[in-house]
Structures are given as structure tokens and as C-alpha cells.
Design a protein around this ligand. Structure first.
Ligand code: GLU
Ligand code: MG
Length: 448
């Protein structure tokens, strides 16, 4: 057994951990878990654990349903909200394999591993720092529709006796115990809206952190009689929740930034410009993965600090990609912030397609259009067109059509995931399309 595997077996014995949750995600990024008693860990680490994948969304068909989970020992964590009178549990994130031992094409983590291997071939490590925004609602008794935001705070508001402050502190403590290094937390713009930012990491572990972050926030909120939602736009007329992603490429050997050039515009290297150009070129198709729900497109509208137009800029927060200001001595933090992802996405798939779009820009030597400095929201359509600035898809269906004709992003997902994803997402769209909404009843019932 490898050293790391032996180390966690020893921790489990020393800490008296009783159960191990073996986790992975389906194509939507929903965490799935198989629990084994701690006594089975050693065997699971050596041989993997068989499970029936046929009921997992986007996984195997009935006739090929047996698969196995291979725990990734570096992701072992004791779950800080367990113990204390109940069973002490730990989790390990797993890769999913076929019966013949090959990696399973339907596993989102494998799609990201493939993109990372492509980057490694070119000499890069892809680092990402996602910023997940979310709302805390009070349980209303009648489900989400009756829930109300639990506070009346606004951006960076501070109120010492505030319940939200206590919930956030509990969340931050739990994240730290899970070794997710929190850099800051604050109230966001909308009532009941919060953001907790954690340190960037290589894309694989950063995606692991993002899914862990989501269930941690939900779990701690529930302990306070609240529920947390990562729905992109829960309330009309208020800011929605984004998952901005700070991205950079570093040299695989030296760890030096590949994005920094003191002489470039915004201190960006040619590689960074090409990466940005690739993401702008593939932006409309990317949205099907980074903004993956019907509701995502209610967020991507003017006036709520979420992007709508396919452009890049330094300060402008309405741009799709923002390059945070460079401060001398901080070459390593040169980065491109992608602002249209939202936290309903599957972080593994999102990072995989983001990376492949950026690498395509590098491999094809693309040059980005000029950066914008004006507030693009104030431009007329003809001004936008004159500047060559495109618009993001207005609906999930439009985004899926873009993805359908984007060979690079489809290859990044792989045929298995793409087919399952497209099928499920078109069903989601169609279900929405045939529903009669409250808005329609308000608008048409008495006027027609
Ligand atoms: N909540 C905004 C969004 O939907 C972003 C606000 C911010 O800049 O942090 O993307
Ligand atoms: Mg924010």
C-alpha cells in the first residue's frame, strides 16, 4: 500500500473513525456517497469498492452497471460535524473505474483529469480559485417557496449580534477543519446573500474543494434551522449568485506564473492573452456547462453585476473576463477571472471545458479582441457589434445548441458525458418550456 494510503488507515485507527463515506459526483456535480465501515478501508484502498452505477444520472446503462470506486487518499478528511456522541465519519473522494480497471468515461473527475493531462503535455498546471456565492433562507414550513431571506443585511454589512455572522463563523470553522483554507467571508449585495472565498489550488483539488464547500455550507446551515441555496437567481430583482473563477497557468516544473509579463497590457503574457482569447471564442458554448440550469440565464442579465457580453476588461465587472489589477511583487497572482460561471455547475466539468477552451486559444495562437474599458451595458447594439462584442446565450436551450456545434468542448466532456448531459439538459429545458408560470398567469389571464 502506498504511504499516503497507509497514513490514512493509521489516522482512522488512532482517531477511532467508524465510517468512511466514499464520494464521487454525477454529471450534474451532485455528491454521491457509499458508506463502508472503517474496517473495510484498507481493502477499499487496495482493491476499490464495487457498486451499481446504473441508477446514477449519466452513468452506466443497466447491462453494464458494475463499476468500482478507487479512493484518492489525499482527499481523506474527517467530517468535522460528526463525532461528539454520534459516529465519527470521514470521507474520501474517489475516481470511478470500469470493471476492466480503465477509468470510467462518465466520471466528471476523469474528464477534468484528461484536460489537466493535456495542460501537462504543454508544460502547464491549471490553478483555479472559485468564489461561490449563496443565499441563506429560513425554513418556511412550506418548502423553498415560503422561505424568506433570514436577514436584511447588504454588501459587507457588519452586525455583531447577527445570526448570519454566527452561521458564517461555523461554516468557516468547518471548512478550515476540512483543510479548505478560507481567505475571507462577507455579506453579499442581496439580502440573505453571502460569499466565502477559499485559497486557489490546482484545478482537480479546487473542484474537490468546491463540491465539499457546497455540502458543508448546506450541512451547517441546516444545523441553524436555515437552508443554503446555490440557485443562481433565487429572487427576481435582486443580485443572483455567481461562481467567479480566478484562473492561472503556472509552469509544471518551476511553478512560475505563465500569465505574467511586466511589459504586457495589464502585465499579461502572450500565453495569458491567448488563453483569454480561447475562452472568449468558446464562451457561448462554455455557458452550457458553467451556467447549466434554466435559472442560470435569469442571472446573466444586465444590472446585477453578472456578465452578459463576451468581452474582457481590467476593472469592469460586467465583462465576461476580468483581469484583476497587478500589484508589484505579486507576479504569481496574475490571473484571469471568469465571471459567468454560477454555483449550480459541476466544478469538474466546468474546469475541464474552461481549461480546454483556454488551451485551444494557446494552441491556435489566437489574439483576443481589444479589452473594453467603457461599461458595455451602456453601449447600443450597433456599438457592440462594431466592437465585435457578442452576447451570451439568453436561454439554456440556446447554450446547448452552441455546445452541440463546439467540437473542442464536446471532446473535453467526452462522448459519454456529452450525450448524457445533452439529453438530461434538453429534458430540463423542455419541462420548463411546457410549464405555465406565475408570470404568465399574472400577465395574460385577465388581459387576453
Ligand atoms: N452576485 C454577482 C454575480 O451574480 C457578483 C457580485 C460580485 O462582484 O461579487 O455574479
Ligand atoms: Mg461576490
Amino acid at each position: 500500500m502506498a504511504d499516503k494510503a497507509r497514513e490514512i488507515v493509521e489516522i482512522v485507527q488512532a482517531e477511532d473513525v467508524q465510517f468512511i463515506d466514499l464520494q464521487f459526483t454525477d454529471i450534474f456535480g451532485t455528491t454521491k456517497s457509499v458508506t463502508i465501515p472503517a474496517s473495510g478501508l484498507e481493502e477499499a484502498l487496495e482493491r476499490g469498492i464495487w457498486f451499481d452505477g446504473s441508477s446514477i444520472q449519466g452513468f452506466a446503462r443497466i447491462q453494464e452497471s458494475d463499476m468500482f470506486l478507487r479512493p484518492d487518499p489525499v482527499t481523506f478528511r474527517i467530517l468535522p460535524w460528526t463525532g461528539n456522541g454520534s459516529d465519527l465519519r470521514a470521507r474520501v473522494i474517489c475516481d470511478v473505474h470500469n470493471p476492466d480497471g480503465s477509468p470510467f468515461e462518465g466520471d466528471p473527475r476523469y474528464a477534468l483529469r484528461r484536460a489537466i493531462a493535456h495542460a501537462a503535455d504543454l508544460g502547464y498546471v491549471f490553478n483555479t480559485g472559485p468564489e461561490l456565492e449563496f443565499f441563506l433562507f429560513r425554513e418556511g414550513g412550506d418548502g423553498p417557496a415560503a422561505a424568506v431571506p433570514h436577514d436584511v443585511g447588504g454588501y459587507f454589512d457588519f452586525s455583531p449580534g447577527d445570526e448570519a455572522q454566527r452561521v458564517r463563523s461555523d461554516i468557516v470553522n468547518a471548512l478550515q477543519a476540512l483543510r479548505i483554507h478560507v481567505e475571507m467571508s462577507h455579506h453579499e449585495v442581496a439580502i440573505g446573500q453571502h460569499e466565502i472565498d477559499f485559497r486557489y489550488a490546482d484545478a482537480l483539488h479546487s473542484a474537490d474543494n468546491a463540491v465539499t464547500f457546497k455540502y458543508t455550507v448546506k450541512g451547517i446551515a441546516a444545523k441553524h434551522g436555515l437552508f443554503a441555496t446555490f440557485m443562481p437567481k433565487p429572487m427576481f430583482g435582486m443580485n443572483g449568485s455567481g461562481m467567479h473563477v480566478h484562473q492561472s497557468l503556472v509552469d509544471i516544473d518551476s511553478g512560475e506564473s505563465k500569465f505574467f509579463d511586466p511589459d504586457g497590457e495589464f502585465a499579461l503574457s502572450l500565453t495569458a492573452r491567448q488563453f483569454i482569447a480561447g475562452q472568449l471564442r468558446h464562451a457561448r458554448a462554455l455557458s452550457a456547462v458553467v451556467a447549466p440550469t434554466v435559472n442560470s440565464y435569469k442571472r446573466l442579465t444586465p444590472g446585477y453585476e453578472a456578465p452578459v457580453y463576451v468581452c474582457w476588461a481590467q476593472r469592469n465587472r460586467s465583462a465576461l473576463i476580468r483581469v484583476p489589477r497587478y500589484s508589484p511583487g505579486r507576479e504569481q497572482s496574475t490571473r484571469a477571472e471568469l465571471r459567468f460561471p454560477d454555483p449550480s455547475c459541476n466544478p469538474y466539468l466546468a474546469f475541464a471545458v474552461m481549461l480546454e477552451a483556454g488551451l485551444a486559444g494557446i494552441e491556435e495562437g489566437l489574439e483576443p479582441p481589444p479589452s473594453v474599458s467603457d461599461d458595455v451595458f451602456h453601449w447600443t447594439q450597433s456599438e457592440r457589434e462594431a466592437q465585435g462584442v457578442d452576447v451570451l446565450p439568453g436561454t439554456l436551450e440556446e447554450a446547448l445548441d452552441e455546445l452541440a456545434s463546439d467540437d473542442i468542448l464536446r471532446a473535453a466532456l467526452g462522448e459519454h458525458i456529452y450525450d448524457a448531459y445533452d439529453r438530461a439538459k434538453r429534458e430540463e429545458w423542455d419541462d420548463y418550456r411546457i410549464h405555465v408560470t406565475a408570470w404568465e398567469v399574472d400577465r395574460y389571464l385577465r388581459t387576453t
